[in-house]
Design a protein around this ligand. Structure first.
Ligand SMILES: NC(=O)c1ccc[n+]([C@@H]2O[C@H](COP(=O)([O-])OP(=O)(O)OC[C@H]3O[C@@H](n4cnc5c(N)ncnc54)[C@H](OP(=O)(O)O)[C@@H]3O)[C@@H](O)[C@H]2O)c1
Ligand SMILES: *[C@@H]1O[C@H](CO)[C@@H](O)[C@H](O)[C@H]1NC(C)=O
Length: 285
């Protein structure tokens, strides 16, 4: 008997299949609706994105410098590449626990410093002095570092960085947070992200830009089976609803650079996943 006839012979399976198909259609409608619904302030974000295109020369002429922490990570590496390609800073200081190899003329404005984050304030405060802009793409996972280790990095190290940046005179701090960040969440990950966002806002930067991308789409160097599975499951979404739950690391990088070139009027701005996508588009927003 063919599998089709086998199935056809079982009414409970037919009902099951119908319910499942109905659920998939329902989910598809919700996701499509989320994809096409404009977000609050969408026009303003598109204006920012459009204004950022072509501002590189003007910005470059102001001779600004920036630092990046978390530059060795997936988003951090994409950000450095974007910054180098658009060449908007006079100097770029990469601060991390290890160095990467950069060869070639276009990387000549990069400088790297290896630090011990446990002694960041005591030994390395000077590195954070005098930058106009600071980028933070730091973070670990609970799987890799345990709950305490996760808090140490994603909360404590990030806050140390933010405070040193503020004390060092940084005028615009750009922080990579996450979709779902919420200080009142009962999940450790989203709670810590939300706490850090709120504490950074309290530091009173002249400008603060917080980015909350969804699942980062990247062929991760490191093996993280859970994330790999989530990415595979979400791959279809990348095509038919790209701004709902996923975000390529290059998109985060572009949005960050555009936020530097064309900052929001507000002192603190939070870019949720769709806003990150829009801001990254530049002229085509
Ligand atoms: N994964 C997702 O889907 C997702 C979604 C939204 C937001 N986010 C958030 O976005 C941020 C960046 O994510 P990512 O995936 O691009 O990062 P990643 O590839 O995991 O890189 C993290 C960076 O933090 C550094 N770091 C980690 N633990 C450290 C420690 N103990 N001491 C010093 N430095 C340490 C890493 O240095 P090494 O290279 O030396 O390890 C690296 O530079 C994170 O805060 C993450 O929570 C992630
Ligand atoms: C930037 O640096 C260039 C070259 O060193 C100099 O000619 C120019 O005046 C500087 N611009 C500003 C705004 O400081």
């Amino acid at each position: 008997m063919s599998p089709k006839r086998l199935l056809a012979g079982r009414p409970e399976m037919q009902i099951g299949a119908t319910v499942f198909a109905g659920f998939v259609v329902f989910l598809g409608i919700i996701i499509a609706w989320l994809e096409v619904t404009p977000i609050e302030g969408q026009k303003g974000i598109c204006r920012m994105a459009e204004a950022a295109s072509g501002k590189e020369d003007e910005f470059r002429s102001t001779n600004q410098t920036a630092f990046v922490v978390g530059h060795t990570g997936e988003t951090g590496r994409a950000l450095v590449e974007e910054l180098v390609n658009r060449n908007i800073f006079q100097k770029l200081l990469l601060i991390g626990r290890r160095e990467l190899n950069y060869e070639g003329e276009k990387y000549s404005k990069l400088e790297q410093k290896v630090v011990d984050y446990e002694k960041l304030a005591d030994d390395h405060a000077d590195l954070f002095k005098g930058h106009n802009v600071g980028f933070c793409c730091l973070g670990t996972t609970r799987g890799k570092s345990g709950a305490e280790g996760f808090k140490r990095v994603d909360h404590d190290y990030v806050m140390m960085t933010a405070k040193l940046a503020k004390e060092g005179g940084c005028g615009h701090f750009l922080l990579q947070s996450s979709q779902g960040a919420n200080k009142d969440s009962s999940f450790l990950y989203t709670k810590v992200k939300g706490q850090v966002d709120a504490e950074c806002a309290e530091l009173g930067f002249e400008k603060l830009s917080i980015f909350r991308p969804g699942v980062l789409m990247v062929d991760r160097k490191e093996s993280r089976p859970g994330e790999w599975f989530a990415r595979k499951m979400l791959t279809p979404l990348k095509y038919f609803a790209p701004t709902v739950m996923t975000c390529p690391v290059e998109t985060v990088a572009k949005a960050m650079v555009n936020a530097v070139l064309s900052p929001s009027d507000k002192p603190a701005e939070i870019y949720e996943n769709k806003a990150v996508h829009l801001l990254a588009k530049g002229k085509s927003c």
